[in-house]
Write a protein that binds this ligand. Sequence first.
Ligand code: FES
Length: 152
Amino acid sequence: MDIELPAVRSHAESEAEDRPPSTVEYLDYRTIEENGWDLEDDDLFEKAAAADLEKSEYGVIEADRNESLLRTAEENDLKWPFQCRSGSCAMCTAVLKEGEAEMDVNLFLEDEEVEERGMRLTCTCRPRSDEVRIVCGAIRMEYVRDVAQNRG
Ligand code: FES
């Protein structure tokens, strides 16, 4: 006899389900380099919005709060880098510039990288604020590349 068990949701998931989608503004790291901008520029996203960029470089997407940022990007036909999809490498790293986004699983980044540098693994990371700004494709950053090669 089959018994159907009720779906188990965490408190955070239950709360997130009741909230409207987040607005995620993204900018690809390669575009920052190609335009001679800097990750620390205060007006980084304003410059990106004013430039005539492709959807792969910059844009704004609606993000379900229960969906990972990587999955949301894929649903929007964006090709963000990834490898393990389980929080244990650095391929999908993004840098959170504004807003809140939490990782369910992080088996790779150190606390300082998350808290001070704003690094997030997009494959396990969900938006937690109404608006989020992230720099995707951060695996192209020298620091992230070095971490990916030398750790794990
Ligand atoms: S793809 Fe490996 S941590 Fe996200």
